[in-house]
Write a protein that binds this ligand. Structure first.
Ligand code: NDP
Length: 397
């Protein structure tokens, strides 16, 4: 059975559309939302999960009453404990981690520790916990399969080649792998001047030219933070050195990733920009579903362009590379600072161009510690959030 953490989000909704086409009835163990009780209720009616989780206790009680009124047997839980319960339950085989941000860390980690197959959309949890999550997966036998389209593209390439995707670097059959390349659409503000960037609004930032995504990841894409987070994600997930991960700006979003070999061969993955392709592959891995998603018609794509990213071109991207280099708890600090900054930008409290200023301040003022327990990671996340909120309160009053 499958648990979908964040079923009311963009990824969750797409995942349910694939599940309707591919899974037997009653295959959904749990669905979860934070606040969107209306959509969660309609998903409960359609997928009849054994459990559903809402963020707030009172809202959960109301939803529970509504389910009883409609003779629905779904049990309603709430909060972080509810999320953990539906992530490590013995009847659950697969967990799709599609909650946005750090709130996914505890349930995703619980799924990892209990040896589930994890379909990882929420990159933040991996970035926060890094090697600790990989170590826990090795111990429990959990599989972490990426849903992020670029990492999923790498998964598709290396699975097809018979390599060990959790450790391409050390795979015995690898020998000749040189590097991987992740593509970036460049987001809605590609080629904007600094002056133009200083005036962009939240509603402009969340309108991605190619992908339909939640607000936070849309802002991350606009600032290129998302691509930086993806470099960290790839380094951890595939056990690669930062020097083995390249970025190319590819505004058409058709080629999602490339793997280069020392013999001059480059193998790429292409598809329409439709997250259902990546979700479907993660669900069916190592096989493929026969589900008739739209075929990519290259003849109707007028051109495919690729541009190298210049150093100092995207501040957020550089800060991610800095955090990756610093190691220890730096990625946790980076992630927390970004989440707070994005939230404040969406609330119109700061400008878009203030986001990297805030992250840089957090990285420059952090105390480096080991990220060797979940407790330490959560404490570092909370401390950074408190410090960054205070910094913003004073500087942008
Ligand atoms: P959305 O904002 O669309 O959805 C987020 C989901 O998480 C919703 O179900 C939301 O519930 C739930 N949620 C939000 N906050 C909390 C919380 N504090 N506790 C519990 N649940 C919460 O996000 P996306 O679907 O776009 O993205 C989800 C994750 O997938 C992100 O980590 C993102 O980086 C990653 N991702 C997304 C891609 C995309 O194309 N969208 C591509 C690649 C990765 P509610 O609806 O009630 O608010």
């Amino acid at each position: 059975m499958i648990t979908i953490l964040g079923s009311t989000g963009t990824i969750g909704i797409n995942a349910l559309s694939i599940i309707s086409k591919t899974q037997k009835k009653n295959s959904v163990f749990a669905l979860t939302a934070n606040r969107n009780d209306k959509l969660l209720f309609s998903q409960i009616k359609k997928y009849l999960p054994l459990y559903a989780v809402l963020g707030d206790e009172n809202e959960a009680t109301k939803l529970s009453k509504l389910c009883s009124k409609h003779n629905l047997r779904t049990k309603i839980l709430n909060g972080s404990e509810g999320l953990i319960f539906v992530s490590n339950h013995s009847r659950v085989k697969t967990v799709l981690s599609a909650i946005v941000g750090a709130a996914a860390l505890k349930p995703t980690f619980a799924a990892v520790e209990s040896g589930k197959k994890i379909l990882l959309a929420n990159k933040e949890s991996l970035i926060m916990s890094g090697p600790l999550m990989i170590k826990a997966a090795k111990k429990s036998g959990a599989m972490i399969l990426p849903v992020d389209s670029e990492h999923n593209a790498i998964l598709q390439i290396i699975t097809t080649m018979g390599l060990d995707f959790n450790n391409i670097q050390n795979s015995k059959r690898n020998g000749k792998l040189n590097k991987i390349t992740l593509t970036a659409s460049g987001g809605p503000f590609l080629n904007f001047t600094k002056n133009q960037l200083s005036k962009v609004t939240p509603s402009q930032a969340i309108k991605h030219p190619k992908w339909k995504m939640g607000k936070k990841i849309s802002v991350d894409s606009a600032s290129m933070m998302n691509k930086g987070l993806e470099i960290i994600e790839a380094a951890i997930l595939f056990n690669l050195k930062p020097s083995q991960i390249d970025i190319l700006i590819h505004p058409q979003s058709i080629v999602h990733a490339l793997v280069s070999f020392t013999d001059g061969s480059v193998i790429s993955h292409m598809s329409n920009h439709d997250m259902r392709v990546a979700i479907s592959y993660a669900l069916s891995w190592p096989k493929r579903y026969d589900i008739n998603l739209d075929e990519l018609k290259l003849s109707s794509v007028s051109n495919l362009t690729f541009k190298k990213v210049r150093k100092n071109e995207f501040k957020c991207l550089d800060l991610c590379l800095k955090a990756l280099k610093l190691g220890n708890n730096a990625p946790t600090v980076l992630n927390a600072a970004n989440e707070v900054a994005v939230e404040k930008f969406l609330e119109n409290k700061i400008k878009f161009i203030d986001i990297p200023v805030i992250i840089e301040h957090a990285l420059n003022n952090m105390r480096s510690t080991n990220n060797d327990t979940l407790k330490k990671i959560l404490a570092c996340d909370q401390l950074t959030r408190d410090q960054v909120s205070e910094y913003i309160r004073i500087k942008w009053k």
